[in-house]
Structure formats: structure tokens, C-alpha cells
Design a protein around this ligand. Sequence first.
Ligand SMILES: [Mg+2]
Length: 350
Amino acid sequence: MNVSLEVLRLALRDPFRIARDEPDRQMTTVIVELEHHGLRGLGEAYPVSYYGETPGTVGVVLPLVAEAVGRLDPPPAEIPGARAWLRDAECAMDAVIGRHHAAKAGLDIALHDAVARGMGLPLHELLGTSPDIPPTDFSIGIDEPALVAQRAARAGRFPALKIKLGGPADLETLERVREVYQGPIRVDANTGWQPEPAAALAPELERLGVELIEQPFPQHRIDQLRWLQERTALPIVADESAETEEDLDALVGAVRGVNVKLMKCGGVGPALRMLTRARELGFATMLGCMEETSVGIAAAAALAGLADWVDLDGNLLLATEPFTGLELDESCRWRLGDPGLGVERTNGGA
Ligand SMILES: [Mg+2]
């Protein structure tokens, strides 16, 4: 297996700040190009710093897991065999090293792209997922309330907005956004709230047409998530607390929704199983992303038929990216690519 990695640093259109971090002006991701038995695929590993990953850890782990997958027989060119082979590839990766889910996602996405391209199929057909997908929302980071409102007005075509909270002016921010935007607002505190103030804010959020509250409290404070869920009609959605499928059981009865991301759980295969299991357990499902390029977003979009809420906008936050092929339709739904991810590198790079 021939795998090449490239660390890409791409400027963001606007500074993007979440509750626990300094504002990002650029993002750093790792692009994976794969050749295997004549197949060719593109993948992306966005290192998730919250879980201890960096471009350096991805650079170490990804070649190790690629070597293990390279020892498997070539992937079969029919759907059931190809699905089983991709699952074997995941197991081979997990046998080499635990966790490091973004690195594994990078290879998993490239393998899915390569196998689907080799069969001349769009990824959703290889997976058996529905091409009928919800529209994506658009995310706006923490900033001065007037600036957030300006960005909300600019994003008026999106059927929902995700507003990052956990800063000093949460309520004022939402009031200003509500003046310029009529659709549902999803709020994400990225672990930045305390229980009592959050419970006091909840009725204001309902009044302002907020649709859900994402991850108000730290990853391991399931008790606090449950406490707030018992005090509000709004769904609480676990993101940082819902890293992999194994986290779901502990969240049953504590929160109403979970946010599944390829970079948290290890790629297309793990995310498909996590979404399916979450629905079986009665959760409402969000499909989210990091500040990814079109490569990661196209891979996730193939699973969006399993999501109640789609938050796949990482590439829309970038000033430029060296990929083409992924487009939004007029209703803000991603057009699913064909074959594979349907994403190509543009000449010249970033
Ligand atoms: Mg989140």
C-alpha cells in the first residue's frame, strides 16, 4: 500500500472561536493519498486536540495502521465483499494501536473512496445509505455580538444556524442573531457552561427559538448533562461526551441526542455503526465535523441520511481549499459525489 500524507494549513474565512480555546485563524489537517492494488483514494485526518491528537501523532500512527491494512488480501470488487473487507481493515488498524481515531479515519476514508471508485459507485451506494439527506446548518464562532449577528445575516440562506456559546455575552449574542435570522438556532457551549447558570438561561433559549443545546458541560460530567436535561424541554446533545459507539450506553436517559463525527470515532465505518446504534437506543442524531476540507465533509455526507440534524460545514468555513467536486444544492443539501467521494485535488495545491 502506497500512502502519502500532507499537512495542510488553510486560512479560515472568519476567526473561529469555541468556549475553551483561543480564536482559530487557520486550521491544520492531514490529507491522505492512497494507492492500493491499482485503486486510488483520498482521505483526511483532522487531528482532534481535545482527544490529544496532533499532526505529529497522525504522522506516526497513520503509516503504522496503513502497513497493517496493506497485509490484507486485496479488496473484493463486489459490495458485500468490499464492506466486509473495509470492516477487516478497521479491525487491522485497531489491532495495531488503540484510539488515535482521526488517524484511523484518515485511512478509513481513503480506503472507502478507493474501493467505491474502483467499483464505479458513489460512496452511499457502497454503504447502502440513503441519498435523501437533510440540509446542513452553518456554524458561527464566539465573537462580539454585533459581529456574530453580521455573520448570521450573511448566512441567511442556511435553514439553521449553529451558534457557539460559552463566552461573556451569550444571551446578547442570541438576541442580536434573532433580530436578523428567523430559522432554528442550535447552540453549542463546547463544555463551557456551569449547571445553575445554564438552567437559568434555558427558558431564554426556548423563548429565542433555540432548537437544541450541545455539550454544555465537560466530557465526563454525564451527571450534569442529565441534571440539565431534566430541567429543560430542549434536547441536550452530547458531542465531546459521545466520542465513540462505546460511549452511547452511558448517555441513555441522560441526553436526548448525540453528535457523531468521523474524526472522533475513526471514520466512515465506525460512524455508520455509531449512528445506527444511536438510533436504536432512541437518540436523536446529529452528524458533525471538525474544521475539515471537502474530503472529510464528502465522506460524512454519505452518512447524512442517518442524521436528524446535519452540521457538515467545516469546508464552508475555509477561505480556500485545494479540492473541488463537493457542492451544496439550493436547499443547502450536499450533492453526493460519484464515484467514491467525488472530490478531486485542484492543480497547484494550497
Ligand atoms: Mg460540538
